[in-house]
Design a protein around this ligand. Structure first.
Ligand SMILES: Cc1cc2nc3c(=O)[nH]c(=O)nc-3n(C[C@H](O)[C@H](O)[C@H](O)COP(=O)(O)OP(=O)(O)OC[C@H]3O[C@@H](n4cnc5c(N)ncnc54)[C@H](O)[C@@H]3O)c2cc1C
Ligand code: FES
Length: 283
């Protein structure tokens, strides 16, 4: 044994360093084990077009898993380095549904899948909505309707009174698989005319919710959060950010939030995607 090695092994600092390294290695290994537990080879059960620009894909997992509304899965898309995140739209036993809008290479790949194809997913990821036993207004916009539909089914199961409203650009974009209580279209081609945001005050004043949950484009989340705050209502917002790792390691999806009077960083993938509207630092 060389002198320097013997010294390292016997010095108290060396022992402390080795213990710290062992703890770090254990933590890293636990994180990897955790991640491995969440990786599934799943089978496509069904895929169909449900609106002019969105598809529903149903996936059979090898076994049942627990999923909360607002959580998401990350799908490996052949040929692409980064997985793509999607909110869970439905969940029955070992079957989960994803409602997705075609955007680029990843969603084009998912759209090309056929029943019985095997796909590689990680999930469930993120925190999900914190369901309260309070009369709820659910506001979705565009493809943000997907996690809200799952949340509505969870609220219904628990017998919590709720109203699910959603805005779309036009009637062709409304997925025909979702039950929505009230629909708004920007061009008036279905339901009430105009953005769902134009109706937020009216909805709050007439329906009188005790809590609001929302998912959609950033401007919708920000406006709903600000409106809810004016009425002193709790609002939970499901945020979206382009993601890389999806498990809180790369810090690529960080946003600013307010915690105990300070502005701190939070990852949308692990600390979120659901945050209190009052804690997000809106841009
Ligand atoms: C937590 C979470 C949940 C999501 N849930 C859904 C869902 O239920 N249904 C659904 O259709 N989409 C959802 N998305 C968005 C989805 O991840 C992106 O549409 C998808 O990654 C695009 O991949 P792509 O390869 O097809 O497009 P890309 O080629 O990667 O991108 C095409 C265009 O879309 C933009 N884009 C890509 N990802 C995002 C993103 N995350 N947010 C905003 N713009 C983006 C890009 O900037 C680019 O302009 C979710 C995103 C997050 C973070
Ligand atoms: S995507 Fe890596 S930390 Fe969120």
């Amino acid at each position: 044994m060389s002198g320097s090695k013997a010294k390292r092994m016997t010095s108290p600092n060396g022992a402390k360093f080795k213990t710290m390294r062992r703890v770090k290695l254990k933590k890293a290994s636990e994180m990897i084990q955790d991640k491995i537990k969440k990786i599934y080879k799943a089978k496509v059960a069904r895929i169909e077009k449900v609106s002019s620009n969105s598809h529903l894909i149903e996936i059979d997992l090898p076994f049942e898993i627990d999923i909360k509304a607002g959580q998401f899965i990350s799908i490996y898309c052949k040929g692409l380095t980064l997985r793509r995140p999607f909110s869970v739209y439905s969940h029955f036993g070992n079957k989960i549904g994803i409602l997705f809008k075609e955007r680029g290479a990843g969603t084009k790949y998912i759209k090309s899948l056929k029943p019985n194809d095997i796909i590689d997913i990680i999930g469930p990821l993120g925190n999900g909505f914190n369901i309260k036993n309070k009369k709820a207004l659910l506001v979705g916009a565009g493809i943000g309707a997907a996690p809200m539909a799952f949340l509505k089914s969870e609220l219904d199961k628990k017998g919590i009174e709720n109203l699910f409203v959603c805005g779309f650009l036009n009637k062709n974009e409304i997925p025909d698989c979702i039950n929505i209580d009230k629909i708004y279209t920007d061009d008036g081609s279905y339901g009430e005319e105009g953005s769902v945001l134009n109706y937020s005050d009216e909805l709050i004043n007439t329906y009188k919710p005790e809590i609001i949950y929302t998912c959609g484009p950033y401007i919708v989340l920000k406006t709903i959060a600000e409106t809810a705050q004016q009425y002193g209502l709790e609002v939970q917002v499901a945020m979206e950010k382009i993601m890389a790792c999806g498990i809180g390691v790369c810090r690529g999806c960080v946003i600013d939030i307010k915690k105990n009077g300070e502005i701190v960083n939070a990852t949308v993938c692990k600390d979120g995607p659901v945050f209190l509207g009052s804690e997000v630092v809106w841009q």
